[in-house]
Ligand binder design. Structure first.
Ligand SMILES: Cc1cc2nc3c(=O)[nH]c(=O)nc-3n(C[C@H](O)[C@H](O)[C@H](O)COP(=O)(O)O)c2cc1C
Length: 391
């Protein structure tokens, strides 16, 4: 469907609208990335190196995209990757979760989210709660148990966010809380984007920069920076820690951030249900190659023992098909839906998911496949040096 005022036909157009609508600092917080941005660019560019081998007749009249991830049936192979800055839109994660539920897919909720796991699981019964290794084992367990009680169906342990880093395009200043001082600091750029401000004004609330899912018991929700401080003072996670938490959690358990086949094997040893081959969308160690380049070796190492997912750089339905053809069961998306939400709230997230669904459908048609389950590496033209070959 062509772009109209209420519809964007590609994710690139969603990004353009997000940039136009958001204050500069908020937009830059969504772009994220680290250092020179080598990884964030390769995540996207690597998909262009993969080609297709299309067919032209005897094409299937209907194409099936349904699959399952971590025990949940999903209508198409795209799920919401957890991200921590959704206070850019008043309803934040609740809007994203609703849009995902409407599209028949699962929601990954960040422990750095602005809305509670109770609110989010109430609108999407396929919610996976994401945790970083922040605090003591007791605190981690308390948060996991709270998520379970709220109805979370799986746990995602993200292991690849390990230090703070700078950006050549300038890290945006994020305020500790949105008070008068912060409002005055941001006034010049915010006043240039009145529609964004208007969305918040209508709700009578200011952007919430607290992290309710990190509170233990009746504690008040820590601020984003309070939580960040706690994370920075927690000793680095070990595979023993992961195996311990996995054992405490009675249900599907994923590790996100795998780039090395050895780490994939460790996740299998720890008893995980799934892994996501990921470099945190280029937000961690700059110079890490695109996650799609790491996927084939990981699939070859553990693909028959664990569900292998991929995230990083997905901007089109054809990217999803490429990841599936290389062996991923499904993909997670980050910026694509954040831009959709920034462009048009919940409707924008629905729009993003629909753009991807339609893109997957046309790619399957072009390849002559009746189902995503028929895809294989034979459908792709893969340049010789494309994939990482670490065994
Ligand atoms: C603004 C932003 C915030 C993020 N916050 C989190 C988070 O809280 N937890 C997490 O596991 N991953 C987080 N990620 C990483 C995403 O879950 C995902 O791995 C990445 O965005 C995928 O790449 P893509 O944006 O190119 O789709 C974040 C990414 C972005 C862009």
């Amino acid at each position: 469907m062509a772009s109209t005022k209420n519809w964007f036909e590609t994710i690139a157009e969603a990004q353009r609208r997000a940039k136009k609508r958001l204050p500069r600092s908020v937009y830059l917080a969504l772009v994220a990335g680290t250092e020179k941005g080598v990884t964030i660019s390769d995540n996207v560019e690597a998909f262009s190196e993969l080609g297709f081998r299309p067919r032209i007749a005897d094409l299937p009249a209907q194409r099936n995209q349904a699959t399952t991830v971590m025990g949940q049936d999903i209508s198409f192979p795209v799920i919401i990757s957890p991200t921590g800055v959704q206070a850019v839109y008043p309803e934040g994660e609740v809007a994203v979760a609703r849009a995902a539920a409407g599209a028949g897919t699962a929601m990954g909720l960040s422990s750095f989210a602005s809305r509670s796991v109770e609110d989010v699981a109430a609108v999407n019964d396929k919610t996976f709660f994401q945790m970083y290794w922040v605090g003591t084992r007791d605190q981690l367990l308390a948060r996991a148990e709270r998520a379970k009680k709220a109805g979370a169906k799986g746990l995602i342990m993200t292991l690849d966010w390990s230090f703070d880093s700078a950006r050549d395009w300038d890290a945006p200043m994020i305020p500790e809380k949105v008070d008068l001082k912060a409002a005055l600091h941001f006034a010049p750029e915010v006043l240039r984007k009145p529609r964004w401000l208007f969305d918040f004004a209508r709700t009578g609330k200011l952007p919430d920069l607290t992290t309710p899912n990190l509170a233990i018991g009746d504690e008040p929700a820590p601020t984003f920076f309070g939580a960040y401080g706690q994370w920075m003072s927690t000793p680095p996670v070990t595979w023993d820690d992961v195996a311990w938490l996995r054992e405490q959690w009675d249900g599907p358990f994923a590790v996100k951030g795998i780039m090395h086949p050895d780490d994939a094997r460790r996740a299998v040893d720890a008893g995980c249900t799934a892994i996501s081959v990921s470099n945190h969308g280029g937000n961690n160690l700059d110079g890490t190659p695109a996650s799609i380049r790491a996927l084939p070796a990981v699939v070859d190492a553990v693909g028959d023992q664990i569900e292998v997912l991929q995230d990083g750089g997905i901007r089109r339905g054809s990217d999803v098909v490429k990841a599936l053809a290389l062996g991923a069961k499904a993909v997670l998306i980050g910026r694509a839906y954040l831009w959709g939400m920034a462009a048009a709230g919940q409707h924008g997230v629905t729009n993003t998911l629909e753009v991807l669904r339609q893109g997957i459908d046309s790619t399957l048609l072009g390849l002559g496949k009746a189902s995503i389950h028929e895809l294989s590496r034979e459908d792709l033209v893969i340049p010789e040096n494309f994939a990482l070959t670490t065994k």
